[in-house]
Ligand binder design. Structure first.
Ligand code: PLP
Length: 378
């Protein structure tokens, strides 16, 4: 089937919620190939999902091995690999996080965080930040700011007030003793890789302590080594009450998680999911953590390599999460890069976003920056 035929099939039978450009049919490491045989260095990586690269042999082997043993068994039983993964995450992530609960996506992880915060505080209001993104299910959408995706679904629950990202004064006015939780990303990814100073997060922590609201840190995009540490919030030396994870946790096998500090947990029947934390997802996540554990010390230096090579364009860099302010030319620059064999994507407000696999090599980084610099010059 040609790409044109496929487009027609998709248009006829699939709901058109995404704008799509090409069809990727194969991946290996940081490389992907489309159905025409064109090769690309993939700096989209499933939007920060394929952190171990595409089809990492260790991850593939773990999934295949588990698939031959037990694909699914229900959370009515102890699940092979599940408690070990929870232990591993608690130990790797640190920051006083005490227990985990798994989900199938980032939005579902944030749903869990909302439920947990409501249960723990007995309060039902939230505060989140302008341009923040926390998912598209109804409650995660309620704490997501972007009007275009939120407004068609008003009224949304829980009620949420939004303040400027980084604006502690505005936050002080919004967080009260009725606030169950403050949702915050350590770096706003969908907004275009916006990185506030560490003091901002310390201020959020203090305000939560003063009011009894929970600090809920959404690390769906920034977590699992993306910024050079297991969690990005670690770099601000702030301990959250709840952290949500997904994307990079299992190399593309659908999975999410929340981790919470001691004293915050669901009791029997308060939460659940048929598929979440199943044997295959846990096997994929264990193998993913093996690989990330090995490459983690290299993530920050690789980010610095990008920073140096793209210095002329004022990049915002934290590990391998990179934003470039490009403006109206963003889509044209992304298209020019694709024509030269590099995939990048446009986040909000004309910001080019690069979130390559954490295993990207120095040679690949040099090639990406060379292509980008030429596309930005033209
Ligand atoms: C910070 C953040 N939170 C939540 C989500 C939602 O995750 P999912 O698409 O897995 O539901 C995303 C997805 O882009 C995200 O970037």
């Amino acid at each position: 089937m040609t790409e044109t035929d496929y487009r027609a099939l998709d248009a006829r039978y699939y709901m058109p919620a995404f704008g799509r450009e090409r069809m990727l049919v194969k991946g290996e490491g940081s490389r992907v190939w489309d159905d025409q045989g064109n090769e690309f260095i993939d700096c989209v990586a499933g939007i920060a999902v394929c952190s171990t690269g595409h089809c990492h042999p260790h991850v593939v082997e773990a999934i295949c091995r588990q698939a031959k043993e037990l694909i699914h068994c229900s959370n009515l039983y102890y699940v092979p690999g599940q408690a070990e993964l929870a232990q591993r995450l608690v130990e790797a992530l640190g920051l006083g996080l005490h227990k985990a609960f798994f989900s199938n996506s980032g939005a579902e992880a944030n749903e869990g965080a909302i439920k947990l915060a409501r249960l723990a505080t007995g309060r039902d209001r939230f505060v989140a930040f302008e341009h923040g993104f926390h998912g598209r299910t109804m409650a995660s959408l309620a704490v997501t700011h972007k009007p275009a995706i939120r407004e068609p679904f008003l009224p949304l629950e829980p009620r949420c007030d939004f303040v400027g990202y980084g604006d502690l004064e505005a936050l002080k006015g919004a967080v009260t003793r009725s606030t169950a939780g403050v949702f915050v990303e350590p770096i706003q990814g969908e907004a275009g890789v916006i990185i506030p100073p560490n003091e901002f997060f310390r201020g959020v922590r203090d305000l939560c302590d003063d009011t009894g609201a929970l600090m809920i840190v959404d690390e769906v995009q920034t977590g699992m080594g993306r910024t050079g540490t297991w969690l990005a919030i670690e770099q601000a030396e702030v301990a959250p009450d709840i952290v949500s994870l997904a994307k990079g946790i299992a190399s593309g096998f659908p999975m999410g998680a929340i981790l919470a500090r001691e004293g915050l947990e669901f009791t029997r029947s308060q939460h659940g999911s048929t598929f979440a934390g199943g044997p295959l997802a846990c096997a994929a996540a264990h193998a993913t953590m093996d690989v990330i554990g090995e490459v983690l010390p290299l993530v920050a230096p690789k980010g610095e390599r990008f920073r140096a090579a793209l210095a002329a364009h004022s990049p915002r860099v934290r590990g391998l999460m990179i934003g470039l302010p490009v403006g109206e030319a963003c889509a044209a620059v992304a298209a020019a890069c694709a024509a030269e064999g590099v995939l990048v994507n446009c986040a909000a407000d004309g910001n080019l976003r690069l979130v390559p696999p954490l295993v990207i090599t120095d040679d690949e980084i040099d090639r990406v920056c060379d292509v980008l610099n030429r596309a930005l010059a033209g």
